[in-house]
Design a protein around this ligand. Structure first.
Ligand SMILES: Cc1cc2nc3c(=O)[nH]c(=O)nc-3n(C[C@H](O)[C@H](O)[C@H](O)COP(=O)(O)O)c2cc1C
Length: 327
């Protein structure tokens, strides 16, 4: 996969997810083989106000290259400014969000709501591509409504303006997250443009990833929800696509070292109070994979203290490892 000057061996990308794909999680996913891991979406308008949270979300300095910051908004001028700020903050690729169905974003006519106004899409893409020297990529849905799957038009437009890769979630804006993702429109988009197309939506296993690549002809897959609590899926998919073999299940030692490292990184990056709170959704997802994990989850669910959270999780894995050795 080639995005502007960047070449990737891996065909697996991490999907941007607000509240999930912060720097600690991106780093784990990159280590496990994700070709790219975009920042959480940053709303251009807020971004320009330089709120502390957005500055933190946007700051990708020190992460492994290529670093991607995603921006969202409906005002071409603001989007251009936001793109420049993102580059100043270390972005080597700027990704535009035209995929998010969230009311907060769509009411402001941004995210996937933009897909209904191709003239505005054109203005935004032109403004952003013209504002920065780094490659600009686009993440979008297949269209606005099932009856108006205009993804092919938008993709052609994006390519003509100079967008370097297009990730497509196989649902329309109106679908939200309901029903199953469809890949036929992604296939049509892939046939319509020469830039890399990345297929996204409902990919949960290595076999599914391969089937989606085969049926769409896409250059890569992008994984979202299935990676939460299971970042190893990225490695598994990558391995399967290269070799056709499924790697062994993750052992308790690796599970422990990743969970503890992730927890430490979240506490350090966000500070102990906010970190303890933000770590919860990851912990719940990780623990859901472990025998006895949900019991532990009930203990740590309300914990505000980062050190106690860390110690409780550590003890749990000590016990698990002891039991595995005794068995
Ligand atoms: C909690 C959550 C947050 C998300 N935030 C973003 C975002 O900030 N930017 C974006 O482009 N898509 C966002 N998405 C959409 C995902 O990137 C992805 O397109 C979608 O979840 C479908 O992929 P999946 O079935 O593999 O999860 C989000 C999805 C979820 C579940």
């Amino acid at each position: 996969v080639q995005v502007g000057p960047f070449h990737f061996d891996s065909q697996v990308l991490l999907a941007p997810m607000s509240g999930v794909t912060d720097r600690p999680f991106r780093e784990i996913c990159r280590e496990l083989g994700a070709a790219l891991a975009a920042s959480e979406m940053i709303a251009a308008a807020e971004h320009l106000r330089r709120g502390a949270l957005n500055l933190k979300r946007m700051d990708v300095r020190g992460e492994r290259a290529p670093r991607v910051v995603q921006i969202a908004g409906a005002d071409p001028r603001m989007m251009a400014l936001a793109a420049r700020l993102a580059v100043d903050a270390g972005a080597q690729i700027v990704d535009i969000n035209m995929g998010c169905p969230a009311k907060k974003v769509c009411n402001a006519m941004a995210g996937s709501a933009l897909l209904q106004d191709e003239a505005l899409v054109q203005q935004i893409l032109e403004a952003v591509v013209g504002a920065v020297m780094v490659p600009v990529t686009l993440k979008m849905r297949t269209g606005w409504r099932p009856e108006r799957r205009n993804g092919v038009n938008v993709a052609r437009l994006a390519e003509a303006i100079g967008v370097k890769a297009i990730a497509v979630h196989g649902r329309t804006r109106a679908c939200g997250y309901g029903g199953a993702a469809e890949y036929e429109t992604i296939q049509r988009i892939k046939r319509a443009v020469a830039v890399p197309v990345i297929a996204n939506g409902d990919i949960r296993t290595p076999e599914q990833a391969q089937r989606v690549l085969e049926c769409t002809g896409a250059d890569a897959v992008m994984l979202g929800r299935a990676v939460v609590g299971n970042p190893w899926l990225i490695r598994d998919v990558d391995h399967f696509l290269r070799t056709g073999a499924r790697p062994a299940a993750v052992g308790v030692h690796e599970l422990r070292s990743t969970v503890v490292r992730h927890l430490d990184a979240v506490h350090a990056f966000h500070g102990p109070r906010l970190g303890a709170r933000l770590a919860r959704k990851h912990l719940k997802a990780y623990l859901g994979r472990c025998h006895g994990g949900m019991e532990l989850w009930r203990q740590v669910a309300g914990m505000e203290d980062a050190r106690l959270q860390r110690r409780t999780v550590d003890c749990f894995f000590d016990r698990r490892i002891g039991e595995a050795q005794a068995a």
